[in-house]
Write a protein that binds this ligand. Structure first.
Ligand SMILES: C[S@@+](CC[C@H](N)C(=O)[O-])C[C@H]1O[C@@H](n2cnc3c(N)ncnc32)[C@H](O)[C@@H]1O
Length: 252
């Protein structure tokens, strides 16, 4: 059974095409370099674009992804054999300790993975699991859309589009924001394939205010360092950088 909307053969097979050239990942590569990271933990690694890019540069990479279909695409990429793949969530990492290069000195959640954790319990659980799998002083970097920018109002205007999926043909996509119940926004996208198949996909994302992100990071044992503008989406997304303290509530 599919674990989420990404766990579908069509969604996974076309994800990289839909996401394009991935300039958004350049900032993570730059931050990893600036921090001198040698090992990386990629949470919600998706089709593994960032994980294999880091592995190709010689870093030790552990990539966690719950959607099996996404993981299959990832594991087919050049350099995938150098990555330690974990089929699951951050909470599953302890079971796989023997096969990974953990703790890592950098953890990332690229492409708004941080917005999929809809409850405080789920979000804090993820932050705590990341904390356990980072070296003391290690960094956590993730991006999240700025709630005040109200991105869903732009999305509602992009109601219908067509695009070419290799090997499939022209796909007509019908998109709708179905519920705005802040801080959560739910949207649905139906992909109509040339053979008449409709692939429905429903997602809910949470738009956490920065103060709440800072507070939850502190609760999970991180020092908030900065929220910088995403270079490729200025004014729309924050790139949050935090540092792991020795244990929750300490300074070291
Ligand atoms: C928008 S995609 C981003 C994928 C990848 N990070 C990238 O940069 O392309 C969101 C990913 O988060 C994953 N995801 C959903 N729930 C998750 C959870 N609880 N823990 C970890 N990853 C999760 C999805 O399966 C999906 O692959």
């Amino acid at each position: 059974m599919a674990v989420n909307e990404f766990d579908h053969p069509f969604i996974a097979a076309t994800y990289d095409q839909v996401e394009g050239s991935r300039e958004d990942l350049d900032q993570y590569v730059g931050i990893a370099r600036a921090l001198g990271a040698r090992s990386v933990l990629d949470i919600g690694a998706g089709t593994g674009t960032f994980a294999v890019r880091m592995a190709a540069q010689g870093l030790s990479v552990t990539a966690v992804e719950p959607a099996g279909e996404m993981l299959e695409v990832a594991q087919d990429k050049p350099h995938a054999e150098k990555v330690h793949w974990v089929h699951g969530t951050a909470a599953d990492l302890s079971e796989h300790a023997a096969q990974t290069h953990l703790p890592a000195d950098l953890a990332v959640m690229t492409a708004n993975v941080a917005q999929v954790f809809l409850t405080d319990e789920d979000w804090l659980g993820t932050l705590r699991a990341v904390h356990e799998n980072l070296t003391p002083g290690g960094h956590l970097v993730f991006e999240t859309r700025i709630p005040e920018r109200r991105a869903w109002e732009d999305w509602a205007r992009q109601a219908e589009s067509t695009w070419e999926a290799p090997g499939v043909g022209t796909v007509r996509e019908v998109f709708e924001v179905t519920e705005v119940d802040l801080p959560r926004v739910t949207f649905r996208s139906d992909s109509h394939l040339p053979d008449g198949t409709v692939v429905p996909s429903t997602s809910t994302l949470i738009f956490r205010p920065l103060e709440q992100i800072q507070q939850t990071l502190a609760e999970a044992g991180f020092e908030f360092l900065e929220a910088r503008d995403a270079p490729d989406r200025p004014g729309r997304e924050w790139v949050v950088i935090a540092r792991r303290l020795a244990s929750p509530g300490t300074e070291g």
